[in-house]
Design a protein around this ligand. Structure first.
Ligand SMILES: [Zn+2]
Length: 432
């Protein structure tokens, strides 16, 4: 629910109306890039490099500083009483945001950076005492607290803790490679979410010495599970995954999320072993795409409804941008471009401004394409969605859990902060 502070401070300069054909979205009130270029270009400057205007950067910084206080007043004090320690909707999500802020925009201001890292440290200390010992994944499992503890130890120069927490993270591999239980494989709870932890630490904290053999083992298990289920259900696609006995397609619970992590694993490891399966899955996903550019929620669905990161084109466009970067196959880029056009039209969804199913998460589609193409139009699109997150108080909707990383305000702040350092911007818990 929008807070009093938000209502007082920001008044949108644009009209908010329902989308003419999509009842789940608002109509995009912004001029498209070509019209905007002929009228106002105050958001971006195109010279040798494409940069965001100082005014807009200041607007983002002001909003972040103000809304961090809102989180502090409404959420932070209550964290110690909450059971949810996950990155997705719990205290560790806030720890992730604070580590990002401590390493990023406040880097030059050591006092502020130190304060963010201290807050992250306190949250993680409590979370480590209460790990669930159930799921290995980053977003909804124990992989989150251990991975963030490693990132935090690196940010604070604590080498002993890097080794200690890495051992805990590695220990979780039993859930994936040794368990006789038929565990989930998807990103949110399952083995793909654990593989994300290993790959993120491998990339950002080389001194943690994540073993390549372990990464390979976990990737192989994911592929084996995918082949097994695919063979039991039918010959196409070559890999299939289920969550709660349903075969989803999108980033959070479905095939696209697992294939994205496998593709990153293959790229980071310099291995082409699983590429044939990955390419066949990409082809299959292209085949089930709707004419609009969106994707079904589950295999067999025909309703073009959900357009957000967890279900629909925004989460899947991340996969196709990566597929284009790795293979240079132009048709994968075209799929991502089509998704971005659709998100520009229908992506201001009424669910709110969150990452998982909200405007901030949808805006990452444009950041992906900007990073891949350096086309200023996508940066313009992302900034207009940022403007919506900042100004469209009445249209922000009512997030399920209003201050959290994946379903609330903390996620919108994470996205806005990523705009200040686009080269290193990455959808948290997913993009590598
Ligand atoms: Zn969602």
């Amino acid at each position: 629910m929008a807070t009093e502070t938000e209502d007082k401070e920001f008044v949108p300069t644009f009209e908010i109306k329902s989308h003419p054909t999509d009842i789940r979205a608002y109509q995009n009130p912004f001029p498209d890039y070509m019209s905007a270029m002929s009228n106002e270009t105050s958001l971006i400057h195109i010279a040798q490099e494409i940069v965001i205007s100082t005014d807009f950067i200041n607007k983002i910084k002001y909003f972040i500083a103000e809304q961090l206080e809102v989180i502090g007043d409404n959420y932070l004090d209550k964290l110690s009483y909450q059971d949810d320690k996950t990155v997705y909707t719990g205290s560790c999500g806030l720890a992730f945001l604070y580590i990002k802020l401590g390493n990023g925009m406040y880097k030059r201001d050591s006092k502020a950076a130190k304060s963010f890292l201290e807050m992250a440290g306190e949250i993680l200390e409590t979370a480590r005492d209460e790990v669930y010992k159930a799921y290995p994944a980053f977003l909804m499992g124990d992989g989150g607290p251990w991975t963030l503890s490693i990132l935090h130890a690196q940010a604070t120069g604590d080498k002993d803790s890097i080794a200690k927490y890495t051992a805990e993270l590695v220990h979780l591999h039993h859930h994936v490679v040794c368990s006789k239980k038929n565990n989930e494989d998807e990103l949110l709870y399952g083995s793909a979410g654990y593989l994300y932890c290993l790959l993120l630490v491998r990339k950002l904290v080389p001194e943690a010495n994540i073993n390549d053999e372990l990464v390979k083992k976990v990737s192989d298990v994911l592929v084996e599970h995918g082949i097994k289920l695919a063979q039991s259900l039918g010959p196409i696609p070559p890999l299939m995954y289920s969550f709660a006995a349903k075969q989803y397609i999108g980033a959070a619970h479905g095939l696209a999320g697992v294939v994205y992590i496998l593709l990153c694993s293959a790229e980071l490891m310099g291995s082409n072993e699983n590429m044939d399966n990955i390419i066949s899955c990409l082809e299959y996903l292209q085949g089930v795409k709707y004419a609009s550019g969106n994707f079904p929620t589950q295999f067999g669905d025909t309703d073009d409804m959900r357009l957000h990161w967890c279900h629909g084109a925004p989460g899947i466009a991340v996969l196709f941008c990566k597929a284009y970067s790795v293979t240079h196959n132009i048709k994968y880029l075209k799929t991502a471009v089509q998704a971005a056009r659709l998100v520009w039209d229908r992506g201001l969804i009424k669910k709110g401004i969150s990452l998982c199913h909200g405007v901030a998460g949808n805006a990452y589609t444009f950041l992906q394409l900007f990073k891949v193409t350096q086309d200023a139009e996508y940066l313009y699109n992302a900034l207009k969605f940022a403007e919506w997150c900042i100004d469209a108080t009445k249209a922000r909707g009512r997030p399920d859990r209003p201050f959290t990383l994946f379903e609330g305000l903390a996620g919108a702040i994470y996205f806005l902060n990523d705009l200040l350092d686009i080269k290193n911007a990455a959808f948290p818990g997913y993009e590598l």
